[in-house]
Write a new protein. Structure first.
Ligand SMILES: *[C@@H]1O[C@H](CO)[C@@H](O)[C@H](O)[C@H]1NC(C)=O
Length: 143
């Protein structure tokens, strides 16, 4: 026997879908920063990387490396950031693709840091959505 979903159920489902969509673009901040492998003294090889298929997304001046990382987390499809180590410093955002199909190359440079997301952005977003779904289930069990 099955009964149709009530208005409450539909509202909850809609709410969950809206949350999942919002989070698909902006990764959970704490989880996102933990996913970066940050290398001091590294700069991207811009031309080689772009020839390999990397996409330059944007540049912004920020006050610190962690702000550059956060900017990357908040930027759709960003999975690599390059920060010029001064304050303010230039923060360059790139899409280099998932680890199994990585399109960027780096080289040593004392005044730059590079951060690479250790997990594909797509997988990271799926994990975030899964975690949200778990929270919702846990909450619902209280009823
Ligand atoms: C790093 O920056 C300092 C100060 O701007 C500069 O003197 C130095 O030459 C730079 N290092 C490199 C490797 O470019």
């Amino acid at each position: 026997m099955h009964r149709s979903m009530g208005a409450c159920g539909r509202a909850a489902l809609w709410w969950w879908a809206a949350l999942a969509l919002a989070h698909a673009r902006e990764l959970d901040p704490a989880a996102c920063s933990a996913r970066f492998d940050v290398q001091r003294d590294k700069i991207i090889r811009t031309e080689e990387s772009r020839e390999m298929g990397a996409r330059y997304l944007s540049e912004l001046d920020v006050g610190a490396r962690h702000e550059c990382l956060r900017l990357c987390c908040e930027t759709d499809s960003c999975d690599v950031f390059v920060y010029e180590e001064k304050s303010p410093g230039s923060c360059y955002l790139f899409n280099c693709g998932p680890p199994e199909d990585f399109r960027c190359k780096f080289t040593a440079h004392g005044n730059f840091s590079s951060g690479v997301m250790a997990l594909s952005r797509r997988l990271a977003e799926l994990q975030d959505q899964e975690r949200l779904a778990n929270h919702e289930r846990e909450l619902a069990t209280l009823r």
